[in-house]
Design a protein around this ligand. Structure first.
Ligand code: NAD
Ligand code: WQD
Length: 346
């Protein structure tokens, strides 16, 4: 049985689909603070498979214990976290508490219930302002915001746990910029309020919910002056988790991989491809840089290819088509129209 925390979220739901399609037994724990129960029915519809669901906060050890009592957990994939960089600067305590206590609670329960396999959602944010691209796993790590700090701290805890207990098999997966959605168009990314990230913003402009995209700066040291990132299809990312789980079965101890395509695209590149493949115009204006943004960030994914046999299959065109199919079919996400006006956070 695989415990998937945050399995109702964007990346978690896509990963649960891959797990179910590969006949894994799944139990999801999610407190739905950034997701909707509707997703659970949609996962069932896509896979025609069932799974267990607990509406539990992973920081609440007594409640979480019940999941370990009632199920034989072999491995954990830990997605549950707060993830908005800007919000983490405004609400550091919420981020440190939710993300750190959640992970520590899971590590304690792993010890108590003899669970040795754990996959962690880390992020390219742990490379800080890397001056060199493509980024390799052995590059220096640093953070520039509380969200990133929680990721790096949990990685550090994992490195220490691994040194202290050779029975543990721990995977750190550093995601680059996940976009796209399941081909069915019935699950996808739906952030609360006005999106911070580029693709959800573009799709909201495409639906007409937002009038135009602001491109944050055109004076970066890149081919067209706009920021370059490594966008990766969420289904490719989900598949990377299955490869990591398989690797953990070989008792490798601690393993760390970048999950990216290795290709960098600028903001303008992404807008142009989105417009072309979806035949829709995205009005935009160039505004000032967003504080904290860097010129360029893309992965060297060679290690995951060699050691996991994983490589991203979907290109940028498909990412843009799938993001739009999801948003076009669900302009207000999983909820009714007023969901978009609900600016509440976890
Ligand atoms: P998401 O917000 O869609 O999913 C996270 C899920 O965790 C949500 O369903 C939320 O309700 C749940 N959750 C949060 N705190 C919880 C708690 N205390 N107890 C139980 N459930 C809780 O986010 P996502 O984009 O799917 O991200 C998943 C993971 O990947 C996160 O750890 C995130 O930091 C990491 N990550 C995301 C990105 C990205 O750009 N989306 C990039 C790198 C890393
Ligand atoms: C991409 C590019 C912006 C919005 C963030 C987190 C990172 C990881 C992934 C979790 C940049 C530009 C954006 C807009 C724009 N998440 N942009 N107008 O900042 O690379 O990464 O998400 O771990 O930690 O920092 O992603 O999608 O916000 O931005 O011009 O309205 O799009 O400046 O160049 P980012 P993003």
């Amino acid at each position: 049985m695989i415990l998937v925390t945050g399995g109702a979220g964007y990346i978690g739901s896509h990963t649960v689909i891959e797990l179910l399609n590969h006949n894994y037994q799944v139990v999801i724990v999610d407190n739905l603070c950034n997701s909707s129960e509707v997703i659970l029915d949609r996962i069932k519809k896509i896979t025609d498979k069932n799974f267990k669901f607990y509406n539990i906060d992973v920081t609440q050890k007594d409640e979480l214990k019940k999941v370990f009592e009632e199920n034989h957990i072999d491995s954990i994939i830990h997605f549950a976290a707060l993830k908005a960089v800007g919000e983490s600067v405004l609400k550091p305590l919420e981020y440190y508490k939710n993300n750190l206590v959640g992970a520590l609670t899971l590590f304690e329960l792993m010890k108590e219930y003899n669970v040795n396999n754990f996959v962690f959602s880390s992020s390219a944010t742990v490379y800080g302002n890397s001056k060199i691209c493509p980024i390799r796993e052995d590059f220096q790590l640093s953070t520039t915001n509380p969200y990133g700090a929680t990721k790096l701290m949990i990685e550090d805890v994992m490195r220490d746990l691994s040194k202290a207990n050779e029975n543990l098999n721990l995977a750190i997966l550093r995601y680059f910029n996940p976009i796209g959605a399941h081909i069915s168009g019935i699950i996808g990314e739906e952030p609360n309020g006005i999106p911070n990230n580029l693709m959800p913003y573009i799709t909201k402009v495409a639906t007409g919910t937002l009038t135009e995209l602001s491109i944050f700066g055109d004076d970066y040291n890149t081919h067209d002056g706009t920021g370059v990132r490594d966008y990766i299809h969420v289904v490719d990312l989900a598949k990377g988790h299955l490869k990591a789980l398989q690797k953990l079965e070989q008792n490798p101890g601690l393993i760390t991989y970048n999950l990216g395509t290795g290709q960098g695209y600028s903001v303008l590149d992404l807008v142009k491809v989105f417009e072309e493949v979806n035949n829709i115009e995205i009005p935009y204006k160039i505004t000032s840089r967003r504080p904290g943004d860097i010129d360029m960030c893309y992965a060297d994914p060679t290690k995951a290819f060699i050691e996991l046999g994983w490589t991203a299959e979907y290109g940028i065109e498909r990412m843009c088509q799938d993001s739009w199919r999801w948003q076009r079919n669900n302009p207000y996400g999983y909820e009714k129209e007023d969901h978009f006006l609900d600016m509440g956070t976890c």
